[in-house]
Design a protein around this ligand. Structure first.
Ligand code: DAH
Length: 453
């Protein structure tokens, strides 16, 4: 569900307004830039490469691990809740936590392993930061599921930053943080009190190769169970998962928080839900979850368990819990911001007090696209947003496409973007803004072969 208060958290997997047009980022020829250094490793580049030096500069920032940072406080709250909710017979936490995994993943990890269809919009070059055709900066922390389950884990949390190309505004940033969890249980554990019940249908052969048993993506809202599972197993798992996730929500937002479950679709779970909370007169989606597709467990070598999984966006939680109005503040090193939060008392979350208000400065930029190129057909606005971000960094608060038209005689397309400049930490002068604006214009000419109007 799309809300007025839209803050990055989970992707909308069913509908996408994105086009399938090819990206207009100039393709680097192997001879001009054959290799890329990322996190100490060397990668080959190709026509898919679209990571920018600016984006690569975020690797290793680890805001979710920085002492007293609001994202780190939220991480600890989630981890502590899970440590408390599940303990083994000796009283030790059942869940293990992975919060330093390398964000460079393969297309197989980010998409194929999670049964994301080959033509799904989330794979587009205009939505992800690709290192090359095979590797990208993870677009969700769910990307690590199969490697961790294959390694023998059955209860784990993954926390880390994820990378997505998106519009720029106070609730969207190309890098944000997620926590994902997986819990697998065997028949003996799930039916401890009801021995004799089964996880899998008797009629099910144990093989999911039959295409009839693989959920076609078109049947996206199908909330029935997967054919392999028994209804009892799914219902018990659903009950446990919802109980734990409502518990987490109440732990974070207080026991009186109003919430609701909404049916949804994720390629990697069936059935699937979103949990929404009622906040400031709006229903706000806080997490996505579901019963894991059994193919994912089978791929990981697990045949006798059923699992649930969920994913949650940390910025979204932190913005609500601390009343932080702008997502860019999470990247601020201003002591006026950071000194407001302390992990000494994790249960006393202060409300953010704005440091100051600096004036906005709005400038428009119009250009003609090269012949035969149109918006979303050869030119993706996300490419322009990235260019602006690379040139102007956090001086830009918002960019929007305010106008586009096609000249009736020449057939050329024109676009107009509105760029709102505002620095979080100081007043920008008009001269300074004009200079940056000019740099963006000339970088656009160089990169996209456009003609400034
Ligand atoms: N990866 C999803 C996203 O970013 C969120 C999500 C949904 C994660 C359901 C899960 C899950 O593990 O089971 O949109």
């Amino acid at each position: 569900m799309l809300l007025t208060l839209r803050v990055q958290g989970a992707r909308h997997w069913v509908k996408s307004t994105r086009c399938l047009a090819s990206s207009a980022v100039p393709e680097k020829s192997p001879s001009s830039s054959p290799q890329l250094e990322v996190n100490g490793s060397t990668y080959a580049t190709d026509g898919w490469t679209n990571v920018t030096p600016k984006i690569l500069s975020y690797l290793g920032a680890n805001k979710h691990l920085q002492t007293d940072h609001p994202l780190s406080i939220i991480r600890q709250r989630i981890v502590n809740y899970f440590y408390g909710a599940y303990r083994n017979q000796r009283g030790n936490p059942l869940f293990s936590v992975y919060d330093k995994l390398n964000p460079v993943v393969t297309v197989q990890q980010n998409f194929d392993n999670l049964l994301i269809p080959a033509d799904h919009v989330s794979r587009q070059k205009s939505d992800c930061y690709y290192i090359n055709q095979q590797q990208l900066l993870r677009a969700h922390t769910t990307a690590h599921q199969v490697e961790l389950i294959s390694g023998g884990l059955d209860n784990f949390l993954v926390v880390g930053e994820v990378y997505r190309r998106d519009e720029i505004d106070s609730t969207h940033y190309p890098v944000f943080h997620q926590a994902d969890a997986v819990r697998l249980v065997t028949k003996d554990k799930l039916f401890e009190r009801n021995p004799g019940l089964e996880l899998f249908e008797e009629t099910w052969s144990g093989s999911l190769a039959d295409p009839k048993l693989i959920l076609p993506s078109a049947k996206f809202m199908d909330q029935t169970k997967q054919p392999c599972h028994t209804l009892e197993a799914v219902k018990l798992m659903e009950h446990e998962m919802k109980h734990v996730l409502v518990g987490l929500t109440k732990d974070l937002f207080g026991p009186r928080i109003k919430y609701r479950w909404v049916d949804t679709y994720f390629p990697f779970t069936q059935p699937s839900w979103e949990l929404e909370i009622y906040f400031k007169d709006n229903w706000l989606e806080v997490l996505g979850c579901g019963i894991m597709r059994h193919e994912i467990l089978q791929r990981s070598g697990v045949h006798q368990s059923i699992g649930y999984a969920f994913g949650v966006g940390l910025e979204r939680l932190a913005m609500v819990l601390f009343d932080i109005p702008d997502i860019r503040l999470f990247w601020s090193n201003d002591s006026g911001f950071l000194s407001q939060f302390s992990e000494k008392d994790l249960h006393n979350l202060p409300k953010y007090k704005p440091i100051s208000h600096y004036p906005q400065c709005t400038n428009d930029m119009s250009f003609w696209l090269p012949e035969d190129i149109e918006v979303d057909a050869g030119f993706s606005p996300n490419d322009f947003y990235d260019l602006v971000r690379s040139v102007a960094g956090d001086m830009v608060e918002q960019i929007s496409l305010v106008d586009k038209f096609k000249h009736p005689k020449t057939g050329k397309s024109s676009v107009c973007f509105r760029i709102v400049y505002r620095h979080m930490e100081r007043t920008l002068t008009q001269a300074e803004v004009n200079e940056i604006h000019k740099q963006i214009a000339s970088a656009s000419v160089d990169s996209f072969n456009v003609q400034i109007r």
